[in-house]
Design a protein around this ligand. Structure first.
Ligand SMILES: [Mg+2]
Length: 403
């Protein structure tokens, strides 16, 4: 089943400007808590509003309206000028954070991204809540997350009500959540298109969903007609256009069916840990890389993440070595005096990761590696000799090495 999240920063420019101010003056006022807006020239009061705080919304200050008009509605509005350098920085922090969940991240604008989370098991509200909470705690601003089976529905969902919320819009929820919305709210339906549709009595998204495609096409043209028809019915097969990036780490985690405690750790969690190590090692070998930093991740019943990591002397892609390291780290994290089990915590998720990657060439070989390498070299050498003998006898095309 395809799963897409749409993550959208709430009042992005305003929140990020507020953070910049707090950085410079930690005791200063948080712009998010007072009527404030970003936009225009602060001194001359020209230009338009590009973002506003929630308290400013109560005064009906709107994005895109002239600063003068906004000030007429809300004379105490605090105006700040935009700071794109800072916005880009917060934006890339967010994208990097999202990429720790999946490489399939499409940055749709400076403050929004689509995540294809189909490969993450049980990717639903709890995961979206975790992302939302961690952004708030770690990056200090809030986001909305929309969940569905495609980009269009996920984006529509993230826009439902703000701030700091998770919404779903699954196909079975379309009649209740999507169809009553005014047609002009359909993402990708511009004002001109909406005008034409409303002129023909198509007022809601549901009206468009139930209209004949041919009628929509005669009103809007072939391409726009099918676009509105498909989206109104919740269909969008466009892919999340992620950027190929150099992989910096490999990890695998799993939500456990039972809570893990000190009493079932050995019998229940250790075999899971072993399997995770085998999976990670398999992926490393498939890609021909080794890593020297081993980390373990656990999540407690309260959905708090805890991690421990250690760096090995030599990089590895051997499941046994990764497993040995992971067990050691888990012991520290769970069973030490300050460990999670000592505090009476239970675990809901365990994971293993490998980072600090290299191609394995710099490994200090031990003696058995050396013997193995020598033997392989000899084998290759013998094979090459054999092949050249055959070629000499039967001609150049007689033999090719199989792959
Ligand atoms: Mg936004």
């Amino acid at each position: 089943m395809r799963r897409v999240f749409h993550v959208d920063v709430n009042s992005a420019f305003l929140s990020w400007s507020a953070l910049e101010r707090l950085k410079a003056d930690p005791d200063g006022i948080d712009l998010r808590t007072i009527p404030s807006a970003v936009g225009g020239d602060v001194e001359t009061r020209h230009g338009v509003i590009t973002a506003k705080s929630i308290p400013a919304k109560a005064f009906h200050v709107e994005t895109g309206e002239p600063v003068v008009k906004a000030l007429a509605k809300c004379p105490d509005l605090v105006l700040v000028k935009s700071d794109f350098g800072a916005y880009r920085r917060y934006s890339s922090e967010l994208m990097d954070f999202l990429r720790t969940y999946t490489p399939y991240v499409e940055q749709a604008s400076i403050d929004e991204a689509y995540l294809d989370v189909s490969e993450i098991e049980n990717a639903g509200v709890p995961l979206a809540d975790e992302i939302r909470n961690r952004v708030k705690e770690e990056l200090k601003f809030t986001v909305n997350v929309g969940i569905s089976v495609n980009k269009f529905l996920a984006k529509t969902a993230s826009d439902f009500s703000k701030p700091d919320k998770v919404h779903t819009l699954y196909p079975e929820e379309i009649p209740v959540k999507l169809w009553p919305m005014p047609i002009g709210k359909l993402h990708g339906c511009g004002a001109a298109t909406a005008g034409k549709l409303i002129g023909s009595g198509i007022n809601t998204i549901g009206d468009a969903a139930h209209a004949e495609l041919s009628i929509l096409q005669s009103l809007l043209g072939k391409k726009a007609g099918i676009y509105i028809y498909e989206r109104a019915n919740g269909r969008d097969d466009s892919a999340v256009q992620y950027e190929e990036r150099e992989v910096k780490s490999y990890s695998n985690e799993v939500t456990t069916a039972e809570d893990v405690t000190a009493s079932n750790y050995e019998s229940y969690a250790v075999p899971i840990l072993k399997k995770l190590c085998e999976k990670v090692a398999g992926r490393l070998r498939k890609d021909g890389v080794c890593g020297s930093t081993v980390s373990v991740i656990v999540k407690t019943a309260g959905f708090r993440r805890h991690t421990r990591q250690m760096t090995l002397k030599n990089s590895t892609n051997d499941a046994g070595e990764i497993f040995a390291g992971s067990k050691k780290l888990m012991k520290e994290l769970l069973f030490s005096g300050e460990g999670l089990f000592a505090k009476g915590e239970a675990l809901r998720l365990i994971g293993v990761g490998i980072s600090n990657l290299d191609d394995g060439q710099n490994r200090q070989m031990d003696f058995s590696d050396w013997i193995r390498e020598k033997k392989q070299q000899e084998k290759r050498h013998k094979l090459d000799e054999m092949m050249s003998a055959v070629r000499e006898k039967y001609g150049e095309n007689a033999l090719r090495k199989g792959r």
